[in-house]
Design a protein around this ligand. Structure first.
Ligand SMILES: [Fe+2]
Length: 170
């Protein structure tokens, strides 16, 4: 063993996807409100960090390399997921009734997001074809991920910041 090898950007983001998929699977078979709540919080934490590092670092680096419409869709998908995560985190009474459903819908949204990024010809494939420096991007993503994990664990998740939506009240 030569120690931990640094991951390139795509390998790191794919690993995030696997981590969250595993947590959603655990949620599906989890019993008891406490266990479910703990898993849901873990899912929201992992996803908040993942969406943040993609939006702050990876997607901007993809500009000009990846199809613009595809890139725009991923921002909208992220915003939809952030809204659901805020609901799940808030834990209101209404949320109790629809808690499992909200986690399920979040899971479906994220599965779609993962598909869009990982499928042949998808966002990651397009990024690999371009001239992006994926190794140095991987380092930046890892450093920011470490920083955000520390601060989110200390202070909780921030209010969702939507990139593509105006705040609406319905
Ligand atoms: Fe992703």
């Amino acid at each position: 063993m030569t120690g931990i090898k640094a991951q390139d950007a795509i390998a790191l983001l794919k690993e995030d996807h696997r981590t969250v998929a595993r947590l959603f699977k655990e949620f599906e078979s989890a019993k008891g409100d406490d266990r479910k709540e703990k898993l849901a919080r873990q899912i929201c934490l992992e996803l908040s960090i993942h969406t943040a590092i993609e939006e702050e670092i990876f997607y901007p680096a993809c500009q000009g390399t990846v199809d613009e419409d595809l890139l725009k869709e991923t921002y909208v998908e992220h915003d939809a997921a952030k809204l659901l995560m805020a609901e799940i985190e808030a834990g209101s009474e209404k949320c109790d009734e629809f808690f499992d459903s909200k986690v399920k819908v979040l899971q479906e949204e994220i599965e779609h997001h993962v598909e869009e990024e990982e499928k042949p010809g998808g966002l990651f494939a397009q990024a690999r074809k371009g001239k992006m420096d994926l190794d140095s991007l991987g380092e930046k993503l890892a450093a920011r991920k470490k920083e955000l994990t520390g601060s989110y664990k200390a202070t909780g998740l921030p209010e969702p910041e939507l990139t593509t939506m105006e705040e609406v009240s319905v």
